[in-house]
Design a binder for this molecule. Structure first.
Ligand code: AHM
Ligand code: MG
Length: 336
């Protein structure tokens, strides 16, 4: 392969486009990429060593914690702490955020919110999983431990966001608010290499991704939209396709490339649905918007929701803008 551009090289070049950039965000992204390579190594050999299965613990949301969830959590947190550009981390796996106390970290301008291994119920059966991360500039004073205010900023304040997909190949996709770029890990040289420059989601698509096993617990408007998807193209022979992997990263990654909508709506008895705003929905919403798509909770832009707590959940409709706006039409007239 000739003329390959590595993630490190790309980040350095982009940084020089911003004359006042100090390089801290760039270094933070490189710390995340390094941790992702380590997690990738473990995910890849998962069937061979004793990392599959459950730890026997449940996390703060009552979900089963897999061994690889813990390993990924420790790896990302350690890499961010060692890097020294980040003053704290909030993770799906930890009830409270972690404030780093080393002298370099106290001066760190950024905080990171992360889901270290999303879709981990898929790991035991060799289906794609992902890491999702969100980066904010701290609002608390430099030189002091970070505070909850740093983590409870609106998604529109994100300085950067990204995901890593551990799939048939491993990719890191990220944005710092200037478009979206994707890098594929070349295992032979151990580098993420630019493979998807300036990613842009088609305005319209024909793929809908939703767990229809929950159909009868969905709001009436969502049920109506699913009926619409199923009957679309009935007469022309060009229908919508249902694709649901059950790993948000993999489902959204596919829809980002080919066009589509991913939905996790509210459920009977669970008005906020399942997915977490701060470290799952906000970063994915930022990426999709930067690629030209839309992300809402059915009514409000995801990035405009002010979080009240770290593990807050929200319904989400995210993807090709025309599909999301069509889905929203079905939610009008009080059909929540
Ligand atoms: P997790 O963070 O516990 O892995 O849960 C998030 C995952 C998403 O990746 C996925 O889209 C969704 O949960 C699947 O949920 P369900 O099995 O209810 O359809
Ligand atoms: Mg998750």
């Amino acid at each position: 392969m000739i003329g390959v551009q590595t993630l490190d090289e790309f980040i350095i070049r982009r940084q020089t486009d911003f004359p006042y950039a100090t390089g801290e965000l760039s270094r933070l992204l490189r710390n995340i990429a390094l941790a992702a390579k380590i997690v990738n190594r473990e995910v890849n050999k998962a069937g061979l060593v004793d990392v599959l299965g459950s730890t026997g613990y449940r996390n703060v949301q009552g979900e089963e914690v897999k061994k690889l969830d813990l390993l990924a959590n420790k790896t990302f947190i350690a890499s961010l702490e060692l890097g020294g550009h980040c003053c704290g981390v909030a993770s799906e796996e930890n009830e409270e955020f972690i404030a780093f106390e080393g002298s370099a970290s106290l001066e760190g301008k950024y905080i990171v919110a992360i889901d270290p291994l999303d879709g981990s119920s898929n790991i035991d059966v060799n289906v794609s999983v992902g890491t999702i991360f969100s980066i904010y500039r701290r609002v608390s004073p430099l030189g002091h431990p970070c505070t909850s205010d740093d983590f409870l900023q609106k998604g529109s304040e994100q300085a950067g966001a990204g995901y890593v997909i551990y799939g048939s190949s491993t990719m890191m996709v990220y944005t710092t608010g200037h478009g979206v770029n994707g890098f594929t890990l070349d295992p032979s040289i151990g580098e993420f290499c630019l493979s998807h420059q300036d990613m842009s989601i088609p305005k319209d698509g024909k793929t809908y991704s939703v767990n229809t096993g929950n159909f009868y617990n969905f709001p009436e408007g969502v049920q109506d939209y699913i009926h619409y998807c199923k009957s679309f193209g009935k007469d022309t022979g060009s229908p919508y396709s249902a694709r649901y992997i059950g790993s948000m990263v993999a489902d959204i990654h596919r829809n980002l490339i080919t066009g589509g909508i991913y939905i996790y709506p509210s459920l009977e008895g669970y008005p906020a649905g399942k997915l977490r705003l701060v470290y799952e929905c906000n970063p994915m919403a930022f990426i999709v918007e930067q690629a030209g798509g839309t992300a809402t909770d059915g009514h409000i832009r995801i990035l405009d929701i002010k979080p009240n707590e770290l593990h807050q959940r929200t319904p989400i409709f995210v993807g090709s803008s025309e599909m999301v706006s069509k889905a929203q039409e079905f939610l009008k007239d009080g059909k929540k």
